[in-house]
Design a protein around this ligand. Structure first.
Ligand code: GLN
Length: 191
């Protein structure tokens, strides 16, 4: 298994550590040719405007859109924004996932928080305790299109994880905890 991490900006190194622990080969993607031969791609958290700007500069927008047509892509936080079709602002987006996101929906850096979430999609695991999720200036998934499955919601119903076939979006940062269930779930998608 060979997974790419988009390494333009943000916490791609943490994803790489997690993936390597799980036995995947990892490629840092900075140029279109780095996508060749990958089974899937993770777009990390960071700053979605910066990621979008750099992806445009490096000629990655179209190659990423093509790659996402038939390969697994998972966006965490800023990565989820970049995957979306609408962030209610003018910034470069891949537009692959039929989700509308609201950036910085929970406020500023100081309003970052952690919460335990039930994730039904992990029910095939031996044990399925709540998932401890870390939110850092996180986006909300405001609404999802018809073909999109909601994977997790906060207690008040607001959506924080969604899946559209081989595309995955999480508002939070699974690469910042020791819980590897999301990474294993993604590797299954990429197979
Ligand atoms: N606030 C950032 C954005 O809007 C996302 C933050 C993150 O990825 N932790 O792009």
């Amino acid at each position: 298994m060979k997974i790419g991490v988009l390494a333009l900006q943000g916490d791609f190194a943490e994803h790489q550590v997690m993936l390597e622990k799980l036995g995947s080969e990892v490629v840092q993607v900075r140029l279109p040719r780095h996508l060749e031969g990958l089974d899937g791609l993770i777009i990390p958290g960071g700053e979605s405007t910066t990621i979008g700007k750099l992806a445009t500069e490096f000629g990655l927008m179209e190659p990423l859109r093509q790659f996402g047509k038939d390969h697994a892509i998972w966006g965490t936080c800023a990565g989820a924004i970049f995957l979306s079709k609408d962030a209610r602002r003018n910034q470069p987006l891949l537009g692959l996932m039929d989700i509308v996101v609201e950036r910085n929906a929970f406020g500023r850096q100081v309003d970052s928080f952690e919460v335990d979430l039930p994730i039904a999609a992990f029910s095939q695991e031996k044990a399925n305790p709540p998932y401890h999720a870390v939110f850092i200036r996180a986006p909300l998934i405001e609404s999802v299109g018809k073909g999109v499955e909601v994977l997790s919601q906060l207690e008040d119903g607001r959506i924080v994880a969604a899946q559209q076939g081989h595309l995955l979006a999480t508002s939070f940062h699974p690469e910042l905890t020791a819980d590897d269930r999301f990474h294993r779930y993604f590797m299954e998608l990429a197979k």
